[in-house]
Structures are given as C-alpha cells and as structure tokens.
Design a protein. Structure first.
Length: 347
C-alpha cells in the first residue's frame, strides 16, 4: 500500500511540475520555490517507492527531506513576509552545515515502521533533529501569527493570498495535532494505530502539492513574473527580483504619488537604468505599466462587487488613480468600456 501511495504522489508531482511550467508560464520568485518543492517532493516520493520495492538508496531520502523543509520555510517567508529575512538565511546556512556533518556521521531521520522505531539517534543527532524541527515550527508559527494579525491591509490581492495560505496553515495544524495525539496514545499504550510514520510524510507532500496546484490565478499573470526561459537572464542596474518585490509584492502601483524618479530611488538605481529595464524586460513604459496594473486592480474590486459598498470615485482612489478622469481614460483604453459598463456586464 505504501509503495502505491509513494508512486502516486511521485506521478502527481510530475504532472504538477508540467502544469507549473507549461506554455512558458511566467515565473516569480515564489514560483521558483514552488517548482523547487515540486522537484524535491517528486524525487523524495520516487526514492521512497524505490526503497519500498526493495532497493533502498541510503541518505538520498534525508537530503531531499532536508532540502524540502528548507524550501517550505522560504515559501512561507516569501508569501507572508514578502522576503526571506537574513536571520532565516543565516540559520539555514548553519543547519545545512550541521546536516552535512550529521550525514557524514550516519544520520537518518527517525521513522516508525510496524510499531518499531527505526534509525535510533545518537545524542548529537538528537540535538540536530531538535534544532531543525524547532526552527521549522518557529517559522510556521511566526508567519501564521503575522498572517492573522495583519488585518489592516485592504489590498484585494493580499486578501486572496491570506485566504489561500490560511487553508494550508489549518491543514498543517490539524495534521500536527493528529500526529501528536496518535504518538501520545501510542506511548501510553492506549492504541497501536500509529504503526507507520511514513503516512504522515506522504500527507505533508500531498498537502503542499494541492496547495501549489490550487494557487491564486493572478500569481501566473504577466505582471507578477517573468518567462521561465529567462531564468538565467541577468539584468544590469535594476534586478527583476527587486523590481518584482517593490512594484508588485508591495503594490507600489497603488500609490497615487508613484513616479519613475521615486521608484528608481527606492530601487537604488537611476531613472535611465529603470527606463532601460522596463524597455528590455517588461516591454512597456512606466506610465502604461502603472495604469495597466491599476486598471487590473480596479477590475478585481469590481468583480468582487465592491461597488455595492463604495463609490466609483472611492474605488478609483483605492486603485491608485489621482482623479476620476484619469481613471476613466485608462480603464477605457485597457478594457475598451467604461467602469459603469463593466459593472453592467457583471450583473
């Protein structure tokens, strides 16, 4: 049964990778990490399948699990914090060094198979296992707290991200609660139902696969990413990662006072460097890019029926437009109709 589950998850992982990169889909930093998790998860499940059919490959499973946990931590940071803090990077480097030392000394993750604890850990291995587990749990709990306490942002995209991520957190906490309950019952001799911990690992992989598959559609939009075939493209002056983080992740285009000089200053570059970047990498001038994204955001507000609670002028202001006339001109140019006509078509 376990071999079948591992094989199924590996196949699902392959299809998820294809879905993520098909048609030269646009890629953001977050999607790069998602792709990394899919690859690691697929390889890990394939290795589990190989072991379950009688051909174990020592240490490769440990390597994929360790890399996978690191990728997951970074995904949480990018989604909730919109960056990977230097403290997190430093801790990951430290744990990676420890992990390499542990692997050299024969470390293997502990598992329960047929009610028997496998791969008993030495004292040094226990310390590393405790530190890595504590680090992972700390990041998950911290980002969850940041998610639920950040209630002041009225940005529609952030609300969608919050709802999407909230489901994952709930699933994780339920899984951890079930996991701990079964362990406590097993330790106290109440039940022997917890006879194989590999099923927990399979559930975690499946949970994250579904999380990636059912991501918000706007994460695949042009404005949030760059083409997959430009992965190795280097930029001078302005980097795509910094531009993406400031302009899209931090919703710079929603600021009424947004302008090229200010954006270039925030990117620690010159206006000419920013203009060259927009021409070569985005293929649009600043004004058109600004108005297009504001119009797209306004469309999202209208689709969410925010017009029932706010006036068009208020929604225009939320979208970054300075006045009603500029909003109508931009909306008509990019959509072909007025906001009022757009609302009528939604009804």
């Amino acid at each position: 049964m376990y071999a079948t589950i591992a094989f199924t998850i590996a196949v699902l992982g392959i299809f998820s990778i294809i879905e993520l990169i098909k048609g030269n889909q646009k890629f953001s930093l977050l999607k790069y990490y998602m792709l990394g998790f899919l690859i690691v998860s697929t390889v890990g499940s394939a290795l589990d399948y190989i072991e379950l059919v009688g051909y174990p490959i020592r240490y490769l499973k440990e390597i994929t699990r360790f890399i996978g946990s690191g990728v997951v931590i970074n995904i949480f940071c990018i989604i909730i914090l919109k960056k990977i803090p230097k403290s997190v990077i430093g801790m990951e480097v430290f744990l990676t060094f420890l992990f390499l030392c542990m692997i050299i000394s024969g470390f293997e993750f502990p598992t329960v198979i047929n009610n028997q604890l496998q791969n008993k850990l030495t004292l040094y291995h226990q310390v590393f296992y405790f530190l890595s587990s504590l680090f992972t749990i700390t990041i998950i709990v911290y980002t969850f707290i940041k998610l639920i306490t950040n209630t002041t942002n009225r940005n529609l995209y952030d609300i969608k991200i919050r709802n999407w991520t909230g489901g994952l957190y709930i699933s994780i906490f339920l899984l951890v609660l079930m996991h701990l309950t079964l362990i406590m019952l097993y330790i106290n001799g109440v039940t022997t139902v917890y006879n194989d911990s590999r099923i927990t690992l399979f559930l975690v992989r499946l949970m994250f696969l579904l999380f990636i598959l059912f991501r918000p559609k706007f994460l695949d939009d042009d404005k949030y990413a760059r083409p997959f075939n430009q992965l190795l493209t280097k930029n001078s002056g302005v980097t795509y990662q910094n531009f993406e983080f400031l302009f899209y992740s931090n919703n710079y285009y929603l600021l009424p006072e947004a302008n090229m000089e200010d954006l270039a200053l925030r990117l620690n570059s010159t206006k000419n460097e920013l203009a060259d970047f927009l021409k070569n990498q985005i293929d649009e001038n600043f004004t058109e890019l600004l108005n297009k994204n504001r119009v797209e955001y306004l469309k999202e507000l209208l689709k969410a029926k925010k017009y029932e609670s706010f006036t068009i002028e208020a929604l225009s202001e939320m979208s970054g437009f300075n006045n009603r006339r500029s909003m109508y001109n931009a909306f008509n140019k990019h959509v072909g109709i007025t906001p009022t006509e757009f609302i009528q078509r939604l009804k």
